[in-house]
Design a protein around this ligand. Structure first.
Ligand SMILES: [Zn+2]
Length: 218
């Protein structure tokens, strides 16, 4: 059973979106609209909308399966390329949310390494629990590349951890992509009250997420 109410504007200036289930649709939607709006990408662009992330990405529709490997293999073979070379030369943004700082519940974040609503799209170098257990820690070089891309395109962005060590934590699909040898970093929208029946995001952050996805895929 899921809440049946519709999404609504939140805030005096209506700058926020209140709705159920924004994690991770609020990242999937910008990724999908970005790839739809790209006419001729320089390189092959793919948007994978995967199921089962919240239960650990297990099962044949989750990213902890071989389907992404096979899709890239098929794409490579169609162009008479090798899958291993295609994987090594692939780059990925793992579109997932981070927890926005709640002013009434600040003890679960480290304030200088936390995301804030309306501060732009959030780049999460690593997730994990008990520090960095069960995650992909993106390389400094790849993070620099994404940082430059965002800066050059005038996209407003921030970085954050997924909560304070031993207070927060969590995972995304990034590690399953990284295990294929693909450069990957998490990028998405900060969400207030993540996983609650009523999650809140900022329209500005969602738009910046769209711009980042577009810039990346074009
Ligand atoms: Zn989630």
């Amino acid at each position: 059973m899921v809440p049946a109410y519709k999404s609504c504007d939140v805030g005096l200036d209506r700058s926020l979106i209140g709705a159920y289930g924004q994690d991770d649709r609020v990242c999937a939607y910008p990724a999908l609209t970005a790839i739809m709006n790209i006419k001729e990408p320089e390189k092959t662009a793919v948007a994978i909308l995967a199921d089962k992330e919240e239960i650990g990405s297990d099962g044949n529709t989750g990213l902890n399966s071989d389907f992404l490997l096979h899709i890239i293999g098929d794409l490579a073979r169609m162009q008479e390329g090798q899958v291993s070379i295609a994987l090594r030369n692939s780059k990925c943004l793992s579109a997932d949310v981070n927890a926005a700082t709640d002013p009434t519940f600040q003890d679960v974040v480290e304030r200088k390494n936390a995301a804030y609503l309306n501060y732009g799209v959030v780049v999460t170098k690593y997730t994990g629990s008990r520090g960095k257990a069960g995650t992909s820690d993106a390389s400094a070089e790849y993070v620099a590349e994404i940082r430059n891309m965002l800066d050059n395109a005038g996209i407003v962005w921030q970085t954050a951890e997924l909560g304070k060590v031993d207070a927060g934590g969590g995972g995304t699909v990034a590690m399953f992509v990284a295990n294929l040898g693909i450069d990957v970093v998490d990028l998405g929208v900060p969400v207030l009250s993540m996983h609650a029946p009523f999650e809140v995001t900022s329209k500005f952050d969602v738009y910046m997420c769209y711009k980042a996805m577009y810039e990346f895929m074009k």
